[in-house]
Design a protein around this ligand. Structure first.
Ligand code: ATR
Length: 272
């Protein structure tokens, strides 16, 4: 049976085996997908061992996405721009790298009826998670995409990668003075406590608020958005399943449907 893995540290909490086994069942694909805990200094060795055992592909999660990129013989344009790889394929003695996080996000936004074309988008954060979604968001032809970050120089560095795009960088204070249709949280502020430093006036009854993370209860950013009666609040569960679906497609050439898996995950999260 074809073997796939997700490499990370930590990794025990990963939902990827559940998601991929669900896709495999739904599409009649015979495959096995397991978690692999790699030592912080042992990622490359672990992947090479897996390839030697005949592994067909792997997902890569924190903190190894940059190391995964460095291992690749060939990269897609998306992976090059994002500076990180979350999907590896092993074929003909070569390692192919791609990143599917951004497509997962865009597909989830569209599935939720969010209009991206000609909209003003605000991306909060300029770390790895933010970088990975910039190109797929730009490909939706927004009116503008503004990246706000605590360390503004990091947002500026992303903007400088792109030519002739409606892409801007600013501080949170500057973002707070503007209006946006869609606000996407790609910071880790909610995870580490403290919350995202945005002003209440940034979120109106016309705002779509998306958090790339998810949890049993709404994230602090989405709680704030709900309190301010945002038009829509969406967590990152659909993005998680969406990025997995794109990886599955890269490996198997079949696009699984995401809705049944999102529903199953939602109900299992609520019972935890
Ligand atoms: P990830 O891979 O999850 O993106 P990362 O690369 O460490 O992780 O990036 C974390 C992001 O969250 C950064 O944009 C960071 O802002 P800085 O670049 O200024 O560090 C942002 N972040 C983390 N904690 C934050 C906080 N308390 N307030 C605002 N932004 C925060």
């Amino acid at each position: 049976m074809d073997q796939y893995r997700v490499f990370g540290n930590p990794i025990k909490q990963s939902r990827s085996p559940f998601i991929h086994q669900s896709f495999a069942q739904a599409t009649n694909q015979a495959l096995n997908y397991e978690i692999h805990f790699a030592a912080l200094d042992g990622f490359v060795k672990a992947v090479k061992e897996f390839i030697a055992q005949g592994g067909k592909g792997a997902n890569i999660t924190a903190p190894f996405k940059e190391q995964a990129m460095a291992m690749c013989d060939e990269l897609t344009e998306h992976a090059k721009f994002s500076g990180a790889v979350n999907t590896l394929s092993f074929k003909n003695g070569k390692i192919y790298g791609d990143t599917t996080d951004g497509i997962g996000l865009v597909n989830d936004l569209l599935a939720n009826g969010v209009i991206l074309e000609n909209s003003k988008l605000l991306l909060l954060g300029a770390g790895g998670a933010a970088k990975g979604v910039v190109l797929p968001l730009l490909n939706q032809n927004p009116k503008s995409l503004t990246i706000a970050n605590r360390t503004v120089s990091k947002a500026k560095a992303i903007v400088e990668q792109y030519d002739n795009q409606p892409l801007l960088a600013c501080s949170f204070d500057e973002a707070n003075e503007q209006e946006f249709d869609v606000i996407i949280n790609a910071t880790s502020a909610g995870l580490t406590g403290g919350g995202v430093p945005i002003a209440e006036k940034l979120i109106t009854t016309n705002s779509v608020c998306y958090d790339m993370t998810y949890g049993k209860t709404p994230t602090p950013f989405l709680q704030k958005a709900e309190k301010l009666n945002a038009l829509k609040t969406i967590d990152g569960l659909g993005m998680l399943v969406g990025q997995a679906a794109e990886s599955f497609y890269i490996w198997r050439g079949i696009k699984p449907s995401v809705e049944p898996v999102i529903s199953k995950l939602k109900s299992s999260l609520s019972q935890e």
